[in-house]
Design a protein around this ligand. Structure first.
Ligand code: SF4
Ligand code: SF4
Length: 247
């Protein structure tokens, strides 16, 4: 079995053993170093992941994906300012997905899940997005998604919609919309909705602008963020961000 097999199955400890072996005698192989750093990130060994990503920083391999991965590590280390800086670099180097992560950083979630009265039933019928940010339509993308230890591995495909997007339900969903594993539910469930843009219309959570007034390094990124907020009809939030950032 190769390293990708163990990564896709979520066996990161085994993947780490194999990548360490693969790096013996090939210590500056950039692809292998990137893989090792990613595996360390999945294992939540953020400091080690950071050290490994730093070996790639400034080596002509600086790409949107590298900066994005480094930003995720910074978030794991609770370094939000640094994460924003890296996400901007990621966006400026071609990774559009970074902008959505930046918007998540600007807002803080409040409230609780009113599952008993909620009409959304988000554990019962949901379209899941894969790593490319697009709805899942095939088994491979689904397996890759649930290989992340933070994900919910109790999703089951129940049907497809007209756009061939897979619709999932959860094996842990009990009577009256109650989660049977509420106290030990996966991180992805605890974090949902994980950003203002994924907030469902009937959801009892709400988002407020973070007290930390983040500084953008470039006008280009700021403009894209503001445009997305307008697209999602968050005009007030847009104005507030605009006023404190442009002044
Ligand atoms: S584990 Fe619980 S909270 Fe998460 S999707 Fe399943 S039922 Fe919902
Ligand atoms: S939409 Fe919000 S309130 Fe409704 S079940 Fe999902 S998280 Fe809970």
């Amino acid at each position: 079995m190769n390293i990708s097999y163990y990564i896709e199955k979520g066996d990161y400890k085994k993947a780490l053993i194999l990548i360490n072996k693969a790096l013996i005698g090939d210590t500056s192989n950039e692809k292998k170093l990137f893989n090792k750093a990613t595996i360390l990130y999945y294992l939540q060994k953020y400091k080690d992941a950071e050290k490994n990503f730093m070996q790639l920083y400034g080596k002509n391999t600086n790409s949107g994906i590298l900066f994005y991965s480094m930003a995720l590590v910074a978030l794991g280390l609770h370094q939000k300012e640094k994460a924003l800086y890296l996400l901007e670099l990621s966006y400026l180097n071609g990774n559009n997905e970074s902008v959505y992560k930046i918007i998540n950083l600007l807002f803080t979630r409040n409230g609780i899940c009113d599952y008993e009265n909620c009409k959304e039933c988000c554990c019962e019928k949901i379209v899941l997005n894969g790593y490319n940010g697009k709805p899942i339509k095939d088994q491979q993308t689904f397996e890759k998604l649930i290989s992340n230890p933070k994900q919910n591995n109790a999703w089951v495909k129940i049907t497809e919609n007209k756009k061939n997007e897979w619709i999932f339900s959860c094996k842990n969903l009990g009577e009256k919309n109650l989660c049977k594993t509420h106290n030990s539910r996966p991180e992805i469930c605890r974090d949902f909705p994980n950003g203002i843009l994924s907030l469902k219309p009937e959801c009892s959570y709400f988002f407020v602008l973070s007290e930390n007034k983040y500084k953008f390094r470039t006008k280009q990124t700021l403009d894209v963020v503001l445009d997305i907020l307008t697209e999602y009809k968050y005009d007030n939030e847009r104005q507030i961000i605009e006023s404190y950032l442009r002044n």
